[in-house]
Design a protein around this ligand. Structure first.
Ligand code: MCN
Length: 783
């Protein structure tokens, strides 16, 4: 392994600019004549708009225009749409509501955009926004997804507020397996609603060039090409390349920046109308009110087992709250990304899952780190842990009896797992966590009046989203491949244009490590270019932990082509047959001789056109590829959480965290470890601290950092993180994604640990001190 190649813990090259304040985020970009957009938002969860009077606001100093849904409709700007079709079990298509970028006649959640003020500054815009008089007729609201079907109807297209009633698996076979079971474990739980809270809030800056009829959008996007494709259609920009989307440095996304939001559509449209650049940057409270939230499931789940603890079947019914409108990918999260993972790491012969997706008067819900897979893991890992307790088995023992041990393994819920060694990660995690010494630690804690608990989460996820072949069999339409272009300059330095987009994952480092290793050139001589639709031809962007397995595989494919062409050039230079050229460590050699040419010489020669005159070889050294994997990758692992609880206050401290994950080939262990740390922190946040709360009228109670608790460093212990390795056969590097693992594994590990200590399974997330204390009042702690 070279010091900067595959497997090396290279420091992230992008961090210098980030930690020295040199990053260029959307809000840092300024354009001459820039104006600011300030949105007038609904204070009501559900109301008719009787009238909007913007007269006074329009006359205020510094106000350029005030635009409403009527203006939008007048300019024929269409509705935001959800991209993935899901059919109900009766075959009917999902009920997609209209979603105009500015409300048309009715608002459906607090924060719904009603009008926009375009002003010389944010301050002037805010003053004017207060003077926009909107007369509302309030309507009753529905907030609780359990009440959605009987609540006031939100959209004409969706009776009983039902978007779809979907199912997966064989209901009859599952029922028969339950009938034959010796033991059935039943659980009810809520997977709490989360606010994404990326460090950089969403922002958009749109500029219209009347000379060329060209629009440019700087945007906090995780997938600028998809944004261009979709937004150009909404805003009526044709041909599509008249819109350039640039996602410069993006300060975190966690999924929340892959969707098409009203604000960027409005900025583009407004800049074309007012003929000046229009910028909008979200404030934190605006972010709580408008960024798509995550999770929000109500689930009843059951596990059927035989007398020996062999799992016979699993069934689940979930109500998924999708909020007031369907967001870009929301339909797929509680279906294709959730129910398809309900087999966990286990050999479960029969699974049946029903998902009812509903509208409520809350902000839309869509993908958030893990997207469907944390919810699935929570179902499976809570059921397994509780079943073990109920049957008097050690939780790891029940897991071992049911682990899938031979691959490939076809689950009853579509996914075909390709490789893994679940026993290996469980065994190693138990060693690292010193499970054997737990009893002693528990007794010691008891002497100090504390309760100790140990919780496991042996999770699985499907990453590398989303191979066309697999997506086709899910009936979900388009697959999500990735592109790469490798440009070799005459000096031998390399620029890689990738369709992936980094917003914290360190691609500028790991992608350069791959190229450095493959071409045997210095890491510093490789630059990664991403996030600009005028530079990169097309790309699908970053989410679903796909940039390694899919994005880097596209680079491998392009590098293969580059190497093949470079060999032709070297053969010409060395006057040898092409088949005799070997390439290793940055050197082309004629096999069996000492004749060789260095990478840099070959690169230069590739550009000396006269050398090839009269030959078939074209000058230049640049190759493109599009890579569509044959399957998802299936990262899996074991997380063990150990907690200590103060009996008097319910205050719970995580005292130990052990994670052993299988990410296949690891490119950069330091980056991977960082990804796992971040994921665990978010998972712990969900389990113990975070939770979006709306009151019964649809007012957001947790609308600021004072009300919505994010995990801090002092909430977390020093993590013990290791990896095991089984290579993913579906991509040339054998990589599996690592970006979501922690967030997927952690909630179940935490709740399993706390319930182990307190002796009741009735504990809702977030397990705050108050919740734990209350649960303790109803329980007898386990000895
Ligand atoms: N990697 C590696 N070896 C592996 C797997 C990955 O070295 N076996 C490296 C990759 O090269 C990349 C990083 O680890 O530099 C993450 O790779 P991957 O798992 O492929 O995930 P993506 O790059 O596609 O990132 C998406 C993932 C998701 S889905 C969310 S949500 C998330 C996450 O990454 N959002 C993040 N991590 C985040 N980290 C930050 N800082 N900010 C976010 O918004």
């Amino acid at each position: 392994m070279s010091a900067t190649g595959i497997g090396a813990a290279v420091r992230r090259k992008e961090d210098f600019r980030f930690i020295t304040g040199k990053g260029q985020y959307t809000d840092d970009v300024t354009r001459p004549g820039e104006t600011r957009a300030v949105f007038v938002r609904s204070p009501h969860a559900h109301a008719k708009i009787k009238s909007i009077d913007a007269g006074e606001a329009k006359r205020m100093p510094g106000v350029i225009d005030v635009l409403t849904g009527a203006d939008l409709a007048g300019d024929k700007i269409g509705n935001l749409i959800c991209g993935w079709m899901v059919h109900s079990k009766d075959g009917s298509p999902m009920k997609m509501s209209p979603h105009p970028a500015l409300a048309a006649g009715k608002v459906n959640h607090v924060g719904d955009a009603v009008a926009v003020v375009i002003a010389e500054s944010v301050a002037l815009g805010k003053d004017a926004a207060e003077k926009v008089k909107v007369e509302y007729e309030e309507l009753p609201a529905v907030v609780d997804p359990a009440q959605a079907k009987s609540g006031p109807q939100i959209h004409d297209v969706a009776p009983k507020n039902t978007i779809y009633e979907w199912s997966l698996g064989d209901a009859k076979a599952t029922e028969a397996a339950f009938a034959a079971a010796k033991h059935v474990t039943k659980l009810d739980f809520i997977n709490n609603r989360l606010a994404p809270n990326a460090m950089e809030p969403r922002a958009a800056l749109a500029e219209y060039d009347a000379g060329t009829d060209q629009l440019t959008l700087w945007n906090t996007s995780q997938n600028p090409h998809v944004a261009r494709l979709v937004i150009s259609a909404f805003v009526g920009i044709a041909p599509e390349h008249k819109l350039r989307v640039i996602a410069p440095d993006v300060g975190g996304g966690f999924g929340s920046k892959i969707f098409i939001y009203p604000e960027e559509v409005v900025c583009l449209w407004a800049s074309r109308r007012v003929r000046r650049p229009v910028k909008w940057t979200s404030e934190r409270t605006e972010a709580f009110l408008t960024d798509a939230h995550g999770r929000d499931h109500i689930t009843h789940a059951e596990l059927a087992l035989d007398a020996n603890g062999k799992i016979l079947a699993l069934r689940a019914h979930t109500i998924a709250n999708l909020g007031a409108y369907m967001s870009t990918f929301s339909s797929s999260v509680p279906t294709y990304l959730y129910a398809t993972l309900l087999s966990g790491q286990y050999n479960i012969p029969h699974i049946y899952c029903e998902v009812d997706a509903v509208y409520t008067n809350t902000v839309p819900v869509d993908a958030y780190r893990g997207a469907g897979r944390p919810e699935a893991t929570f179902v499976v890992e809570r059921l397994v842990e509780v079943a073990a307790r109920e049957m008097g088995l050690e939780p790891p023992e029940l897991r071992k009896r049911n682990f899938i041990t031979s691959f490939p393994h076809q689950t009853p819920v579509i996914m075909a797992y390709d490789a893994g060694d679940y026993n290996a990660s469980l065994k190693r995690a138990m060693e690292l966590a010193d499970v054997k010494g737990f009893g002693k630690r528990k007794r010691e804690a008891a002497r100090h009046g504390k309760l100790r608990g140990l919780g496991y989460s042996t999770y699985i996820e499907a990453c590398g989203i989303a191979p066309s072949q697999a997506v086709g069999s899910l009936g979900a339409g388009v697959g999500l491949w990735e592109s790469a272009e490798v440009r070799v300059n005459p000096t031998g330095s390399v620029e890689v244009l990738t369709g992936s987009h980094a917003h914290g994952q360190g691609h500028e480092t790991t992608f350069a490590q791959l190229v450095s290793e493959r071409l045997g050139i210095p890491f510093e001589n490789v630059s990664i270019v991403h996030g600009d639709t005028d530079k990169v031809q097309f790309g699908m962007g970053t989410y679903g932990s796909r940039s390694g397995a899919v994005g880097m595989s596209a680079i491998v494919k392009a590098l293969d082509k580059v190497e093949a062409k470079a060999k032709k050039v070297a053969a010409h230079m060395l006057e040898a047959a092409e088949g005799d050229i070997e390439f290793k460590d940055g050197k082309f050699t004629v096999a069996g001789t000492d004749k060789s040419a260095a990478w840099g010489d070959v690169a230069l020669n590739a550009y000396i056109a006269h050398k090839f005159s009269g030959q078939e070889l074209e000058p230049g050294l640049k190759e493109t590829s599009f890579y569509d994997p044959t399957n998802f990758t299936f990262p899996a692992g074991c997380h063990i959480c150990e907690i200590e609880i103060d009996r008097d206050t319910g205050k719970t401290e995580i005292v130990k965290w052990t994670a052993v994950d299988d990410f296949g080939t690891v490119i950069n262990p330091m980056i991977v470890e960082g990804q796992v740390h971040g994921g665990i922190a978010q998972g712990v946040g969900q389990a113990m601290l975070e939770g979006v709360i709306y009151d019964k009228d649809g007012q957001l109670v947790t609308g600021s950092m004072m009300d919505y608790t994010m995990p801090r460093a002092h909430d977390l212990p020093a993590f013990k993180v290791e990896t095991t390795e089984t290579k993913a056969p579906s991509n040339p590097l054998g990589m599996k994604g690592c970006g979501e693992a922690g967030a997927i594994a952690a909630p179940a590990a935490v709740i399993n640990a706390i319930t182990d200590a307190i002796g009741t399974e009735q504990l809702a997330m977030p397990a705050t001190a108050n919740a734990v204390w209350s649960a303790l009042q109803r329980a007898t702690p386990r000895a």
